[in-house]
Design a protein around this ligand. Structure first.
Ligand code: FES
Length: 104
């Protein structure tokens, strides 16, 4: 049995390819991304400091942090550019019609 909770993060129509959005939650903010039509969710906070990744920039399949311009691969959370060295958390995504959910 899965203990995953579904958290609504956006509708497909509200997030164009190449864009992202902050999802505020008491348990920790998330960022939802549309990368070439595929949706991904990560934690919003950079693992290097107190920056919000949703304020950064999507470059290809990576998210660049707005603070020190380190970056992570969006699909896996792995760090790909210094000074980031610790992976960010990623979440599975479930689609239901036009609705996108993160499994948290
Ligand atoms: S806080 Fe994100 S790279 Fe430093």
């Amino acid at each position: 049995m899965s203990s995953d909770n579904r958290v609504f993060v956006c509708s497909v129509s509200e997030l164009a390819p190449g864009s992202m959005k902050l999802v505020e939650r008491e348990e920790g903010n998330l960022t939802v991304y549309n990368v070439d039509g595929a949706f991904f969710v990560t934690e919003d906070r950079c693992s290097h400091g107190l920056a919000s990744l949703s304020q950064g920039e999507i470059i290809g399949d990576e998210i660049e942090c707005p603070m020190h311009f380190g970056s992570f691969r969006i699909a896996t959370g792995e760090p790909v550019a210094a000074p980031c060295s610790v992976a960010i958390r990623t979440y599975k995504v479930a689609m239901d019609g036009d609705q996108v959910f993160a499994l948290v």
